[in-house]
Design a binder for this molecule. Structure first.
Ligand SMILES: Nc1ncnc2c1ncn2[C@@H]1O[C@H](COP(=O)(O)OP(=O)(O)OP(=O)(O)O)[C@@H](O)[C@H]1O
Ligand SMILES: [Mg+2]
Length: 393
């Protein structure tokens, strides 16, 4: 195998269980050429901005966007990132909906309160954060257009809901064909092709809004956003609501990408099963109260600790298996960092828990540090924007 500028390719260990989404050899071979240096320079320049986040409040008009955009269509949230000169501006909506039977009175109220909705087949589809308020009021669960990182097969209206949320966040671009880069999940280890349908549907929707859609692996977006000082070499992990996305990048090239279908939703559901508290209540305790650096204080936090342990264990085991079973890993001379992102990585002590468990589940590649992304809920959108900016320039 070729050796270029400190790149050695590890000899094949086993072809069994070879992970999907390995894109290494071809790209690693080209990593030393001038174009890749230029690319890294562009990426470094684009990643210098810090994030200024905003929640899209009810009734706020969608902005008419200029310049390339980054988009994260996650199981829980949809986030748009835009280049604002020195900063990256982000706006988010909840990726959820709620239906009500149509009626004149209800329509009046919805319009008065500037609630985001659309009407179809005798139903009002209330979308985004507005839907959460309704679900709380009626004491029922929100519905989600996506499940485990991709369009839900149980919701016929899924893509239309996502389109409606997108239209509430962004208008058609000022210049037709503006680049919009969006994050897509990696395929689960043993399920090649499982995100193709999702990716194609989102591409069509974005295209119909007047943008040129470009997809980017979600784990790679984490690397682009957080690892500029490491030459975009390291492991980016997005621990989201529906899944965890993992990418091992070498000099900005995704060598390994895959996902595991477990995230915050899994933790909520398992805690519900274990202790009998509704998942929505578990979710708010988890988001507001959980500190993984301290011992649990009640039944719910005990169960949360247990399922966090399980999630991180499965994540590390999968990483160990995938890296060990591929022949595509460049032998990198220095230890590489791991950066954790996404809402599920946010509780205090999560990074430390990950580091502690890493000692018992060592990876076949040396790790220099484990750190948390600067702004875990906006990292994917920022990474997608960085990609979009380099595609333009
Ligand atoms: N402070 C917090 N502590 C713990 N968990 C949190 C916190 N904030 C958000 N979460 C959890 O993070 C998850 C949402 O994270 P994120 O917005 O990164 O997911 P997503 O990108 O929409 O989903 P995915 O990437 O899986 O498709 C939810 O499970 C939520 O409960
Ligand atoms: Mg995500």
């Amino acid at each position: 195998m070729a050796e270029e500028k400190g790149i050695e390719t590890v000899k094949e260990k086993s072809s069994a269980g070879k992970p999907q989404g390995i894109e290494g050899e071809k790209q690693v071979k080209s990593a030393g050429d001038e174009r890749s240096e230029e690319r890294v320079e562009k990426l470094v320049e684009a990643s210098q901005q810090s994030v200024v986040a905003a929640k899209n409040t009810m009734g706020e008009a969608a902005g008419r966007m200029e310049g390339p955009l980054g988009l994260d269509i996650g199981t829980s949230h949809i986030v748009v990132a835009q280049n604002k000169g020195r900063d990256v501006g982000t706006t988010k909506e909840l990726n959820a909906f709620f239906t009500l039977p149509t009626g004149k009175f209800a329509k009046q109220i919805l319009n008065q309160k500037e609630i985001k909705y659309y009407e179809l087949d005798d139903l009002f589809y209330i979308i985004g954060y507005s839907a959460q308020n309704f679900a709380n009021m009626f004491n029922v669960n929100l519905r989600r257009p996506m499940n485990q990182g991709v369009l839900s097969s149980n919701e016929n209206e899924g893509i239309r809901i996502i389109e409606a949320i997108l239209k509430s966040l962004i208008q058609k671009p000022k210049n037709f064909g503006e680049i919009l880069c969006f994050g897509v999940p990696g395929d689960p280890i043993d399920e090649p092709g499982s995100s193709i349908y999702h990716e194609s549907m989102i591409k069509r929707s974005i295209g119909s809004m007047g943008y040129t859609p470009i997809s980017l692996n979600e784990g790679m977006a984490i690397v682009l956003s957080e690892l500029s000082e490491d030459d975009f070499t390291g492991i980016g992990i997005s621990m989201g609501g529906g899944m965890c996305n993992i990418c091992l990048s070498y000099l900005s090239f995704p060598v390994i990408t895959y996902s595991i279908p477990m995230g915050g939703d899994y933790i909520d559901a398992m805690v519900e099963k274990a202790v009998g508290e509704p998942a929505t209540k578990v979710k708010s305790i988890k988001e507001e109260d959980l500190d993984l650096s301290k011992g649990p204080k009640n039944r719910v936090t005990t169960a949360l600790h247990i399922f966090y342990d399980e999630l991180i264990f499965k994540l590390l085991k999968s990483l160990q298996r995938v890296i060990s079973s591929t022949d595509k890993i460049p032998k990198i001379s220095n230890p590489i960092p791991i950066v954790l992102s996404g809402g599920t990585a946010m509780p205090n002590g999560c990074v430390e828990k990950f580091e502690t468990m890493l000692k018992d589940i060592p990876l076949p590649i040396a790790i220099s540090a484990v750190r948390l992304a600067e702004d875990p809920l906006n990292t994917t959108a920022k990474g997608a924007l960085i990609m979009a900016m380099t595609e333009v320039g």
